[in-house]
Design a protein around this ligand. Structure first.
Ligand code: AGP
Length: 622
């Protein structure tokens, strides 16, 4: 997630912007920049890498002025580099833009403007918006500049008109050298907050950026714009209608603010999952917009038709996502899908060959075993598609094709929102591959797309179970043995639920295919064991009900995930009622109560939830 900070007031702006960007570093970034307006002249400074690189440049060539915009970039479109760092400018260099989010239709906008003579210097979607604003401004003001007094409404209207052409998610701020002291802000889907000071005002992606100056904040809503100056801030709708906003006083301290008021990053990231799913799905539905994924991944129909099998390779949670992907990709494309941990794949003589596609999944893009698997697959002549959350990391750089998840940085060591993003990306790729191979009709594809776009809302509904899950965690916080069981597409969710619990609470937890119970694990069952059964509506529901009764009969306490509207699960001591979702997509929602159960048990046991013992966020060693 990028970080935006803006300031208009009476103090030198750059030190305040840099302080604000430092407070947003927790959001993760790979480049940074600042732009300052001073007596009608805009100056910009950008640097790849950490803020220290930007500060070093500013030390050599200070920028003076009392109105500025700053940005830390978490790359989504275009590699991490100085050229792609924000702020971005238009042709005249008089308009600067900083942006957090994803502009879905930026390619069409950029192509149209290039035909009209605009020159672009970056690979980003944001730069297209700067040029679009320039175009709108020209249309409003004609050949002559207007007086400063009239320029504020001009730039506001130009930004408003531009954003009415833009599709996607944005928190956006604009500065025009000819409108002294004025910042234009707009928000749809990405966060943007106004900090109200005395004779000075801020805008930022998150409150820590201005907490050292003011606790008085206005949280902008989707479809809102703001005109921010030193003396105050006015709010409008995207239709240009003036709206009233009520400021609130932020009670959080800085640490809490970085966690969005949650106790831990992990809990914050669990609650960010609807957005992670939404942003990863956003604008990627192949059947609805022909070629969109081909343009992004480089994987065209001809190439996809040439593959004879898929290998999906990953580690840990990403491996569990790969296992779910098999239940989608194999029936949808009719091709064999082999799933394997990277640490096993790389040491055996696999059948991978020139007509295979190896799909690797990794949040960090730096996992040593997965990177080694990529290199080995390529040595054997296979093509490699990387599904990754970190643009410009080692694995996507080594791969042939890239499909990024758009979850923003995941700071908790236990992977949560990245898992949801990986599932969303796998669902979209499966759709793309099946339509390209002709094994899924456009009609069926559209139906699946309709089901996918409902998932963020289903996830928001499931998150409302948090209080119920906390009560369950209190009952089971002392339990030392858990067995998670599931079948078919929810078998990997049993594995992932067990992994979540064991890695943050250090409690012994196993995930098992429920059909395997009689082949040994049932010997484990007694009054010391809690069985968590994933028994939502599915072709295997009756078998799961039997599993629950068998566990209950042997003394276990049973927690069952069931579907809203279904009868009580026989044998279950506690039931967690889940929304009705198509069976094949149920893993995306079923994992959430298991994440929350693991989180609350670990927290109640006093464990370091965000930094569990012995674990690293990225396993860059073997
Ligand atoms: C899961 O909660 C862990 N963080 C771990 O299993 C992780 O999924 C695994 O190390 C793979 O990491 P990657 O996705 O960055 O490659």
């Amino acid at each position: 997630m990028c970080g935006i900070v803006g300031y208009s007031g009476k103090r030198q702006a750059v030190p305040l912007i840099l302080e604000g960007l430092r407070r947003l570093e927790y959001r993760g970034y790979d480049s940074a920049g600042v732009a300052v307006a001073d007596r009608g002249v805009l100056q910009r400074c950008r640097a790849a890498g950490k803020l220290a690189n930007l500060e070093a440049l500013l030390k050599k060539s200070p920028l003076n002025g009392v109105v500025a915009l700053g940005h830390t970039r978490w790359a989504t479109h275009g590699k991490p580099s100085q050229e792609n760092a924000h702020p971005h400018v238009d042709c005249t260099g008089e308009i600067v833009v900083v942006h957090n989010g994803i502009i879905e239709n930026y390619i069409e906008i950029k192509e149209r403007l290039a035909r009209a003579g605009h020159q672009f210097s970056s690979e980003t979607d944001t730069e297209a918006v700067a040029h679009l604003i320039e175009e709108k401004l020209k249309g409003l003001r004609g050949p002559t500049a207007s007086g400063a007094g009239f320029n504020e409404p001009l730039i506001f209207e130009a930004v408003r008109l531009a954003l009415n052409e833009v599709k996607g998610a944005y928190a956006l701020a604009v500065l025009w050298s000819k409108a002294p002291g004025v910042l234009i802000a707009a928000k749809t889907a990405s966060p943007l907050i106004i900090g109200l000071g005395e004779g000075e005002n801020f805008l930022a992606s998150d409150v820590p950026a201005f907490l050292s100056t003011t606790r008085k904040a206005v949280f902008m809503e989707d479809g809102e714009m703001a005109v921010l100056k030193a003396e105050g801030c006015r709010f409008f709708s995207l239709a240009g209608k003036k709206i009233e906003k009520v400021p609130v006083t932020v009670q959080w301290d800085r640490t809490m603010a970085e966690k969005g008021g949650y106790r831990h990053f992990m809990l914050k990231e669990i609650h960010e999952q609807p957005t992670a799913c939404e942003d990863t799905l956003r604008g990627r539905f192949f059947p609805l917009r022909d070629g969109v994924l081909e343009r992004e991944t480089g994987l065209d129909k001809t190439t996809l038709k040439g593959f004879r099998q898929f290998h999906v390779i990953a580690c840990g949670t990403a491996y569990h996502a790969a296992l779910v992907g098999k239940y989608w990709l194999e029936p949808m494309t009719g091709l064999p899908v082999h799933v394997e941990t990277a640490s096993e794949f790389r040491y055996r003589e696999s059948t991978v060959g020139p007509n295979d596609l190896v799909i690797t999944i990794s949040q960090s893009g730096e996992t040593a075993d997965t990177l080694a698997a990529v290199r080995q697959a390529k040595e054997k002549g296979a093509k490699v598609l990387s599904i990754c959350n970190t643009l410009g990391s080692a694995i996507p750089r080594a791969a042939d094709y890239n499909l990024y998840t758009h979850c923003g940085p995941e700071l908790g060591v236990a992977s949560t929102k990245a898992f949801i993003g990986q599932l969303a990306a796998l669902a979209v790729f499966s759709l793309h591959a099946a339509v390209a191979r002709g094994t899924l009709s456009e009609t069926d594809a559209r139906q699946l797309v309709d089901e996918l776009v409902r998932l963020p809302s289903d996830l928001r509904q499931v998150l409302k179970l948090d209080a119920q899950i906390l009560e369950l965690a209190k009952k089971f916080q002392k339990k030392e043995h858990f067995l998670f069981i599931g079948r078919h597409v929810n078998y990997p969710i049993a594995l992932e639920g067990a992994l979540k619990l064991k890695e943050i609470s250090y409690v012994h937890a196993e995930g098992y295919a429920a059909g395997e119970m009689k082949h040994g694990p049932i010997a484990l069952i007694d009054e010391n064991v809690c069985v968590v059964a994933i028994a939502t509506r599915s072709r295997t529901y009756d078998k799961m009900a039997s599993n629950c009764q068998e566990a209950k009969a042997r003394g276990a306490q049973v927690i069952a995930l069931v579907t809203e509207g279904d009868g009580s699960m026989p044998g279950a001591d506690f039931q967690i009622r889940m929304p009705v979702v198509p069976e094949l997509l149920s893993p995306i929602v079923n994992i959430v109560p298991l994440q929350l159960l693991a989180y609350h048990i670990a927290d109640l046991r006093g464990c370091d939830v965000d930094q569990p013992r012995n674990l690293a966020k990225s396993v860059t060693v073997e």
